[in-house]
Ligand binder design. Structure first.
Ligand SMILES: *[C@@H]1O[C@H](CO)[C@@H](O)[C@H](O)[C@H]1NC(C)=O
Ligand SMILES: *[C@@H]1O[C@H](CO)[C@@H](O)[C@H](O)[C@H]1NC(C)=O
Length: 244
């Protein structure tokens, strides 16, 4: 989406990369390796981490979320995997497995890491981060195209996402997607989601925080995302959520 553009050559590139993604699997949106603590390939942490990723890949597809810990004391690896609320078990499993392989390569030596895809996120750490809002790991994405009436558009984006946040934080899956009218036949589509280790109150807090950041990334943009380690929000002017 950050690569969206109005020029036809860029559109061609975009559709080419979409084809490529279907052929070889999705590529990550972003990843962060923490720089503080490291481990070696032959360590106990490495073996715990591999078991953890295996466990999360097994668990997450059943409900779209998995949390697990493997090992003891400073060698303990804690992790979560969250699949997008509309991803089925197959999509979820494929995404988490891919994420596990990719993050182990990209952050080969860091004990803490997170990687995001369209359909899932995978995060692990040697510290217990469960039930805490992740304030560190975050990025934005936006569509390069501007809307013609930013003030009223921004208000509609916020209204929709606030409404979805109200729904999601009391849902078992902490997920909500929906749409609203933009005038004419146009619609606005939104999605919000929290990792399910959070309490309902913290999910709401996390989503409200993400919505408050929209002006920093996505002011008057046709699409935008605020993506974090505990929650994420997204809006587009085209449907992007699977209804099945
Ligand atoms: C899961 O979703 C993907 C993508 O939407 C779809 O292609 C696939 O057929 C679905 N699989 C099942 C088993 O429903
Ligand atoms: C959108 O608006 C910004 C700020 O006014 C401008 O810098 C940018 O070039 C515009 N983008 C497009 C694709 O027109």
């Amino acid at each position: 989406m950050s690569s969206s553009s109005t020029s036809s050559s860029a559109l061609l590139l975009l559709s080419f990369s979409l084809l490529l993604q279907i052929a070889i699997g999705a590529s990550p949106l972003f990843h962060i390796c923490s720089t503080s603590e490291t481990f070696t390939a032959a360590s106990t942490y490495a073996s715990n981490l591999n078991k953890l990723i295996g466990s999360l890949t097994f668990r997450a597809p059943f409900t779209g979320f998995g949390a697990a810990s493997v090992g003891f004391k400073h060698d303990r690896a804690n992790g979560i995997a969250l699949c997008r609320g509309d991803a089925n078990a197959t999509t979820c499993k494929t995404c988490v497995a891919e994420a596990g392989g990719e993050i182990r390569q990209r952050c080969a030596q860091q004990k803490q890491a997170i990687i995001w895809y369209d359909n899932c996120l995978l995060k692990y750490s040697n510290t217990d981060f469960f039930r805490k809002i992740d304030e560190q790991n975050k990025f934005y994405m936006w569509n390069l195209r501007n809307v013609s009436h930013p003030a009223s558009f921004n208000r509609k984006v916020k209204d929709l996402l606030v409404e979805l946040a109200e729904k999601a934080h009391v849902e078992r899956r902490m997920y909500a997607a929906g749409d609203s009218q933009l005038g004419g036949s146009k619609k606005l589509y939104g999605l919000v989601q929290c990792t399910r280790d959070l309490s309902s109150i913290d999910c709401k807090k996390c989503l409200d925080g993400a919505i408050d950041e929209l002006p920093s990334c996505c002011n008057g943009k046709e699409g935008g995302r605020v993506v974090g380690g505990s929650c994420n929000i997204r809006y587009e002017i085209y449907p992007f959520v699977s209804s099945a």
